[in-house]
Structures are given as structure tokens and as C-alpha cells.
Design a protein around this ligand. Structure first.
Ligand code: KG4
Ligand code: ZN
Length: 353
């Protein structure tokens, strides 16, 4: 991860692991020349969650336009690039394959080096891009729709997993609670918006894993507690706006508290004084506020990328790719996608050239 190795110059990043099709050009691993994100909110909204088959079909429809827009915004032609980076996993298989296939075709046509990037390594790279003074060693809290994990990041090494969710990811819990409360899709921002008008102390939801030591998380019990609370209030039909706001605010307070408690524990256990928070849930205002307040109180630095670099984007992939290419790593056209990949592993590296 973070190191002083040279970065490849102009890198095109392509990200399509879930329901965003994104392309970006980054210079020297630091300067954003373009950042295009095509979201599929309308495609999935009627279903209250991402439908994998619809996601990949829509990616295939928009991929070439999104990449063209990223090159145009950067005022660069394909021939002026120095490399292409693409998310090869983890994520939805069909979605990943659209980005990987397109990246391979471009790399072949323009005879450019191609490099596969781990989606979560990409999220961590976004934190370093957004905050030039963030330097390893630091603690990385990755909070998204698919992941809830703490990593120790050391210079020149792969991030080391310290703890992770044993069931649902925190973003997934936000999405499911949004559905229970009739707040639509995507759920995280909707719950957070409604919660602003609610009382976070209205319902004393269980703090997931509150009594357990260690650095793992759990969110399925909290989600069930919200379901039971909605039933106790006579169902959604019987609940007014204030009820919905109170339940949303109380859920958000419980979800955020368990992230904060474990993050503080990890900083102490690892003797670290820098924290980077990445992934879609890092856009959450309550989480940002509580971590920043804890940092001021306990004397650790908190690095929070702007919300546009927290949710899925291709700047993070181009940045992580620039670092890999700069180190002389690249992947052959036999590159494939992998739906499940622990951080630090690169199964694509073994693909035939
Ligand atoms: O990183 P991301 O864009 O995609 C994945 O890799 O999963 O994260 C998306 C997740 C979704 O679950 C979404 O509901 C959540 O991030 N999210 C939020 C907020 N904005 C996005 N959760 C809570 N508060 C937010 N403001
Ligand atoms: Zn993500």
C-alpha cells in the first residue's frame, strides 16, 4: 500500500463492481483529471436493492460512453495514457466482468499495460489521494454496502485485517432498515436524512456486540431489532413521520456507536494515531462527526475523503493502479474477475498472459 514508489503517469481507472459504472483519469496517482460516475439508482429503486442481472446489463449499455466521457473530460486520447487499471474483485460477477472485459479490449487495442485492482485497496487509496498528509502506519475503517472491516495499513505492505463483520455489512443494514421504514433506495443517505429530524435516544436499540471484546462487528441483530420495533408500533402504516424519524435516528446512533467503539479499541490495541475512513458509509454525517470529536478528545488524526470519493468511483481505482504500475506490476489479457477476494490477495496475478 502506501509507499514512496514511483507512480505511473496518466492512468485510466474503470470500476463496475456493483451498481455504479465509473471511469476516471488520474495523473501521477494524485491529480484527478476526470471523474465520471454513472449511477443506476432508477434501475434498482423499484426493487429496493441491487438486482445483479439488471446491474450488469446496464453496465454493458453505458460502459463505452462513461469511458469516453472520462477521456474527454481529461482532454486525453487513449494513445496518451500510460496504463489502465480495473476493479477485478470483489463484487458482483456480471458487473465486474463488464469492466474487466472492456478494460482488456482497450488495453489490447492501444497496447497499454493493464493492472487489476482490489476494490477495497482502491477505497483505501482514495483516502491517501484525498489527504496528502495521511501516511502509513494508519488504521483503515472500510464501511460499505458489502464490507465492514478494520485494517492496519503499513508502508509497502498489503493491509492486515484486524476485524470484520460476522454477518451483514453496516451499509447493508442501512439499506435494509430504509426498506423497513419505506424510505426507498439507496437506503443509507435516505435513513441519514430522515434521522436528522428524529431523536437518537427514542429507542434503546441493542449495541451490536457491545459486551464482546475483540474487533469484529455484527449487524443482523440490530436489523431484526428495528423490524420488531416497527411491528411493536403497529407496522409502518400506523407510524407517523415523527415515529419513522425516531426509529431511523435511534438505529443510526446504534449502528454508528458500534463502529466508533471498535475503531477506538483498534487504535489503542495497535498503538496508532491516524485513522482513515473509506467506503460509502464514510459519507454518513453522524459517523464523521463522532469520529472527528473522538479524534479531538483522544488525540488521533481522522482522515475522511470528501463524500464523492467515499462512495464507489474510479478515481480510487486509477490511484491504486498507478501505484501498482509504478512498481512494475501488470496483468495479462487472461485477466478474469473474482467475486470474493480477501484484501491482500490477488488471484488475478496467476492468470495466463
Ligand atoms: O462503497 P459503496 O458506494 O459501495 C459498495 O462497495 O458497497 O457503499 C454503498 C453503501 C450503501 O449501503 C449505502 O446505503 C451506504 O454506502 N451509504 C450510506 C450513506 N451514503 C451511502 N450509509 C449511511 N449514510 C450515508 N450518508
Ligand atoms: Zn465500494
Amino acid at each position: 500500500m502506501a509507499d514512496a514508489a514511483p507512480m505511473a503517469e496518466r492512468v485510466l481507472g474503470i470500476e463496475s463492481s456493483c451498481d455504479e459504472m465509473a471511469a476516471a483519469v488520474v495523473r501521477g496517482g494524485r491529480e484527478i483529471l476526470s471523474n465520471i460516475v454513472s449511477s443506476q439508482t432508477e434501475v434498482h429503486a423499484p426493487y429496493g436493492g441491487v438486482v445483479p442481472e439488471l446491474a450488469s446489463r446496464d453496465h454493458a449499455r453505458v460502459v463505452s460512453g462513461v469511458v469516453e466521457a472520462a477521456l474527454a473530460e481529461a482532454h486525453l486520447g487513449l494513445e496518451s495514457l500510460d496504463g489502465i487499471a480495473v476493479t477485478a474483485g470483489p463484487g458482483l460477477m456480471g458487473s465486474l466482468l463488464v469492466g474487466v472485459s472492456f478494460a482488456k479490449a482497450l488495453a489490447y487495442r492501444a497496447a497499454l499495460p493493464l493492472v487489476a485492482v482490489h476494490h477495497l485497496a482502491g477505497h483505501l487509496a482514495a483516502a491517501e489521494l484525498a489527504d496528502a498528509s495521511l501516511a502509513a502506519p494508519y488504521l483503515g475503517l472500510v464501511v460499505s454496502g458489502g464490507h465492514t472491516a478494520l485494517y492496519r495499513v503499513e508502508a509497502g505492505e498489503e493491509p492486515r485485517l484486524l476485524g470484520q463483520t460476522l454477518d451483514d455489512a453496516v451499509g447493508e443494514a442501512f439499506d435494509k432498515v430504509a426498506k423497513l421504514l419505506g424510505l426507498g433506495f439507496p437506503g443509507g443517505p435516505a435513513v441519514s436524512r430522515v434521522a436528522e429530524a428524529g431523536d437518537p435516544g427514542a429507542v434503546d436499540f441493542p449495541r451490536p456486540m457491545a459486551k464482546k471484546s475483540g474487533l469484529d462487528f455484527s449487524y443482523s441483530g440490530l436489523k431484526t431489532a428495528v423490524l420488531l420495533e416497527v411491528q411493536r408500533r403497529g407496522g409502518l402504516e400506523a407510524m407517523g413521520q415523527k415515529d419513522v424519524a425516531d426509529v431511523a435516528a435511534s438505529f443510526e446512533a446504534a449502528a454508528v456507536e458500534s463502529l466508533v467503539v471498535r475503531t477506538l479499541r483498534a487504535l489503542g490495541a495497535e498503538s496508532l494515531d491516524q485513522l482513515a475512513v473509506v467506503g460509502g458509509v464514510a459519507a454518513n454525517r453522524r459517523l464523521r462527526g463522532e469520529l472527528q470529536a473522538a479524534g479531538e478528545r483522544d488525540g488521533f488524526r481522522v482522515s475522511l475523503p470528501p463524500p464523492s470519493l467515499c462512495t464507489d468511483n474510479a478515481v480510487m481505482i486509477a490511484t491504486a493502479g498507478a501505484r501498482l504500475l509504478g512498481r512494475g506490476e501488470s496483468d495479462g489479457l487472461g485477466l478474469s474477475a473474482f467475486s470474493r477476494v480477501p484484501v491482500g490477495e490477488a488471484p488475478w496475478r496467476d492468470a495466463p498472459a
